[in-house]
Design a protein around this ligand. Structure first.
Ligand code: C5P
Length: 222
């Protein structure tokens, strides 16, 4: 009686978390936003001026970072050492730092360990960049999401405008392009489609259509 794991990977701002949340809600699975974990680590690095080239500092930092999800209403609520940081991790300083921090081998090792623990006995939907390739290579269902970069930037811009009223569409587009570049070219588990992942290009799909697609694919495992 094995638990069911759904892995959703893809480029930045492809709607991974929107689909993952909707799917988890529908199936009564746990939703885990792995990107929020890397973002919280990046926030800690920023606040404590951790040098990303100093392995001693990194090891020490990782010992002092305690992340916790409290999954209310399928939104991401994450705490960093007890402090709610769910909003702060979405702001530009973190978005600009996170891909540098997530490329660090020791950081990935620790996050992957924690992520695997979350999925070892419960039904979960986890979204990220390396979930189907590294965290859960044996996931029941793997979806690899993609969409036109311009459409992605526009969606993200709308989503974060309220909290970042000074931001421009160009800045959002640049950040997405830059993170995609860093995430796909890094040495340590780069963003790549798992061979057995189903591609979902959602450029012209509504969230409802994407959910329908995923529900159809998960059926054989339920
Ligand atoms: O998913 P989100 O865009 O919030 O992720 C922020 C960043 O965290 C990504 O750009 C990537 O650098 C990193 N990340 C990762 N592996 C994951 C999830 C996120 O490297 N599984």
């Amino acid at each position: 009686n094995k638990n069911i794991v759904v892995a959703i990977d893809g480029y930045s701002s492809c709607g991974k978390s929107t689909l993952a949340k909707a799917l988890a809600k529908k199936l009564h699975f746990i939703y885990v936003d792995s990107g929020a974990m890397y973002r919280a680590v990046a926030l800690y690095f920023l606040r404590n001026s951790i040098d990303v080239h100093n392995h001693e500092q990194i090891a020490e930092a990782l010992k002092n970072i305690h992340l916790n999800f409290h999954s209310r209403d399928y939104q991401t609520h994450i705490t960093l050492n007890g402090e709610e940081v769910s909003d702060e991790i979405r702001l530009m300083p973190v978005s600009e730092k996170v891909s540098e921090v997530s490329a660090i081998r020791e950081v990935r090792k620790e996050m992957v360990k924690q992520q695997q623990r979350m999925g070892d006995s419960k039904n979960i939907v986890m979204d990220g960049r390396d979930i189907g390739t590294t965290v859960f290579p044996n996931a029941s269902l793997k979806i690899f999401m993609t969409a036109d970069p311009k459409v992605r930037a526009e969606r993200r811009y709308k989503e974060i405008f309220d909290k970042n009223p000074d931001i421009t569409l160009e800045e959002v587009f640049e950040n997405i392009a830059h993170r995609d570049y860093q995430d796909t070219t890094r040495e340590e588990s780069p963003l790549v489609r798992a061979e057995d992942a189903i591609i979902l290009d959602n450029t012209n799909l509504t969230p409802e259509q994407q959910l329908e697609f995923a529900l159809e694919k998960i059926k054989p495992f339920m």
